[in-house]
Ligand binder design. Structure first.
Ligand SMILES: *[C@@H]1O[C@H](CO)[C@@H](O)[C@H](O)[C@H]1NC(C)=O
Ligand SMILES: *[C@@H]1O[C@H](CO)[C@@H](O)[C@H](O)[C@H]1NC(C)=O
Length: 249
């Protein structure tokens, strides 16, 4: 009897994904779902649906990491990223230009970000510099880039006054990179989620970038920054944050 019951469950589990993609198809909530449903491959603006089923326009990247689809959740110029408004951690709701994704001044509402993170297809977050929507691939390479699994770092929406170590998939700062290394993250009321390079040098897995500046912030906050880090090269350089996951064709 048990054997048949298990077999039955196995069949249901095996059939469910097919049934779901056939029925739930029309309302993608993430770029990974857009990719899986419509098999599009070019980066661009696509309609997603939020948790109340309302449509909104989002920027999707299917190109820069093979097999991954990313939804843009925030993109800020260095000047904007350093303002009190945008230094708020993802715990806070600070939407900007939500209807018109904009590389220098854009942030989704917390409700939309939360819905993206909760979607079954979302497994990772990442930050990039100067993502280029005019370029087919979006990123020329992975210089100045970080990618992290939500399993490794589960404080994405927290404001915690502490350094939290997380084993990242990959980090690259000015060409110094490592995979599966332990990096300290910080995010608090007036601190955007970011990494401080001097702190990374002495804590967690001791990631050592040789030419750090005193207090150098990377991927956000930018009270102290280095002009050789491409997100902070000049006042218009951009930092782009994404939520994403693998897609299945
Ligand atoms: C982004 O939005 C700001 C207003 O918040 C505007 O001044 C700027 O021109 C926009 N940039 C683009 C590229 O649309
Ligand atoms: C600012 O930096 C970006 C890349 O970080 C670059 O594309 C742009 O040309 C620079 N602008 C100026 C005025 O130097």
């Amino acid at each position: 009897m048990l054997r048949y019951t298990l077999f039955f469950y196995f069949m249901v589990i095996a059939i469910l994904p097919i049934a779901r993609s056939a029925v739930v198809n029309p309302k993608p909530t993430t770029c990974a779902a857009v990719r899986s449903i419509y098999h599009v491959s070019q980066n661009g603006y696509f309609t997603l649906h939020d948790s109340t089923n309302k449509p909104y326009l989002a920027f999707c990247d299917f190109q820069s990491d093979p097999g991954f689809a990313w939804t843009l959740i925030e993109s800020l110029s260095r000047t904007n990223a350093a303002t009190t408004t945008f230094r708020k951690s993802f715990y806070y709701n600070v939407p900007s230009n939500e209807c018109t994704p904009n590389w220098s001044n854009y942030r989704l509402s917390k409700a939309k970000m939360s819905a993206l993170k909760q979607a079954a297809s979302s497994t990772h977050f990442r930050a990039t510099c100067n993502f280029d929507n005019q370029n087919e691939k979006g990123l020329a390479n992975r210089r100045d880039y970080i990618r992290v699994s939500f399993c490794a770092y589960n404080s994405f929406f927290s404001a915690r006054n502490a350094w939290i170590c997380a084993v990242v998939d990959y980090i690259n700062i000015r060409g110094y990179s490592c995979s599966k290394c332990n990096i300290p993250f910080y995010s608090y009321s007036n601190y955007h989620l970011f990494v401080d390079l001097p702190q990374a040098k002495v804590s967690c897995g001791r990631f050592n970038v040789p030419d750090v500046k005193s207090g150098e912030d990377i991927f956000g906050n930018y009270v102290h920054y280095h002009p050789k880090f491409s997100c902070t090269m000049n006042s218009t350089s951009t930092t782009n944050w994404w939520i994403g996951g693998a897609f299945y064709d």
